[in-house]
Design a protein around this ligand. Structure first.
Ligand code: FES
Length: 147
């Protein structure tokens, strides 16, 4: 009897132990796959594994006064004013979630509510305190590519 109860208890706790790390992963399904993020010890912020010439977006994808997240490239392209495009890493400097596409005048992070500047990626409100690293881009007509 005791042995059976013990096995049940152990298998029950094993299931809980397996479940916790899955639940502890970031709420945004596309964020922080293997990157440490929180302490900045992950990959270089502006490198993000992309190649020069990689197409990121078209001008129409990026709202004026807003931003467009290219999830695969982990880059956020912004358009602070009409025809003025900038890009930053989309990996939040707080705990590594991907920021979100928005037309609300900033770059929001869905995980804990940080907001970053469309102009320079600097944090507007926390908990993030470090800026999003700039990504060099080229705008050729309607196409925005990684420089
Ligand atoms: S990971 Fe972005 S605010 Fe926490």
């Amino acid at each position: 009897m005791t042995a059976i109860n013990r096995r049940r208890a152990l298998s029950g706790s094993a299931a809980v132990a397996v479940g916790v790390p899955i639940l502890a992963a970031c709420g945004n399904g596309s964020a922080s796959t293997g990157s440490t993020g929180a302490d900045g010890s992950g990959s270089s912020p502006s490198g993000s594994g992309g190649a020069a010439g990689e197409t990121l977006a078209t001008a129409a994808d990026v709202p004026v006064g807003g931003c467009f997240v290219v999830s695969g490239a982990k880059v956020v392209v912004t358009q602070p004013s009409a025809g003025d495009f900038k890009a930053f890493t989309a990996v939040c400097t707080h705990q590594g979630c991907l920021v979100e596409t928005s037309s609300e005048g900033d770059i929001p992070c869905p995980c804990h509510g940080s907001k970053f500047s469309l102009d320079d990626g600097s944090p507007i409100s926390g908990p993030a305190s470090a800026p999003l690293a700039a990504v060099d881009i080229t705008v050729d007509g309607d196409t925005i590519t990684r420089a």
